[in-house]
Design a protein around this ligand. Structure first.
Ligand code: KIV
Length: 271
């Protein structure tokens, strides 16, 4: 008899039930097997293989350079480390904006080559055709509105979005449109809390916020930011839960010192 107890996977349906019950959804990014394994067993509901990998993994200034092949490599590694979380993968810049056929091809590659459960795409009305086509292939889509980093050169800055009425109205109508099109959830990034609360209250699909206040259905942060690995990035919305930069740095300095002093390895650390 097997003693292995199967872990129940979080699904899109589970997330909808959580919203209905008023239970908050916890989402984090991950880009590799080891970190995904840790956060999955710690109880995270959704893991986003974000194109923020371009920043935190590859050291680029923006999310634009990361390729579909690179996202697939990260996503396949994350999937191997998870048993419980729903894994969502960002379609990277340039892999879905051209036309809906290209978007579908990109989404199918992600699903086939990684084993992930959904894709995320930035934008509203302008990408509706691509979202429709991906959904028609049975691939769940998460939307992303507000600050959309793939359009950073259009905005020119990472400041809070939709403070003005015109942009707030467009965001509300895009959120409704994404819901009507069939997105299973929406990320709202860096928008006023009042607006995000209003959007979450008017939609029946979950709204996950980052820098969007506490009135939404869940929260997402970039793992390396909340673990204090990235020390340069300190926006107001970020809460850090560890200071891994200092801890890793101290551990490595100690290791270097132990080698130089011949303390490591000692008699019990050899064969
Ligand atoms: O790529 C990413 O990490 C994201 C989150 C900031 C939502 O899209």
């Amino acid at each position: 008899m097997s003693v292995h107890k199967a872990v129940k996977r979080v699904t899109v349906k589970v997330l909808h039930e959580m919203k209905q019950r008023g239970e908050k959804i916890a989402m984090l990014t991950a880009y590799d097997f080891s970190m995904a394994k840790i956060i999955d067993s710690a109880g995270i509901d959704v893991i986003l293989v974000g194109d923020s990998a371009s920043n935190v993994m590859a050291g680029h200034e923006t999310t634009l350079p990361i390729t579909l092949d690179q996202m697939i490599y990260h996503a396949a590694s994350v999937i191997r480390g998870t048993q419980r979380a729903l894994v969502v993968v960002d379609l990277p810049f340039g892999s879905y904006q051209g036309n809906s056929k290209e978007a579908l091809t990109s989404a199918i590659r992600v699903m086939k080559e990684t084993g992930a459960h959904a894709v995320k795409m930035e934008g509203g009305a302008e990408i509706q055709e691509s979202i429709k086509r991906i959904l028609s292939a049975g691939v769940p889509v998460m939307g992303h509105l507000g600050l959309t980093p793939q359009s950073i050169y259009k905005f020119g800055t990472y400041v809070v979005r939709a403070r003005e009425k015109e942009e707030a109205d467009k965001l509300i109508s895009d959120a409704m449109l994404l819901q009507e099109t069939g997105c299973f959830a929406i990320v709202l990034e860096k928008v006023p809390a009042k607006l995000a609360t209003q959007v979450a209250a008017s939609l029946h699909i979950p709204v996950i916020g980052i820098g969007a206040g506490g009135g939404v259905d869940g929260q997402v942060l970039v793992l390396h930011d909340m673990l204090g690995i990235n020390t340069e990035f300190r926006p107001r919305f970020l809460r850090t839960y560890a200071n891994l930069n200092e801890q890793i740095s101290n551990a490595v300095a100690q290791y270097v010192s132990d080698i130089r002093s011949t303390d490591f390895p000692n008699a019990s650390e050899q064969y």
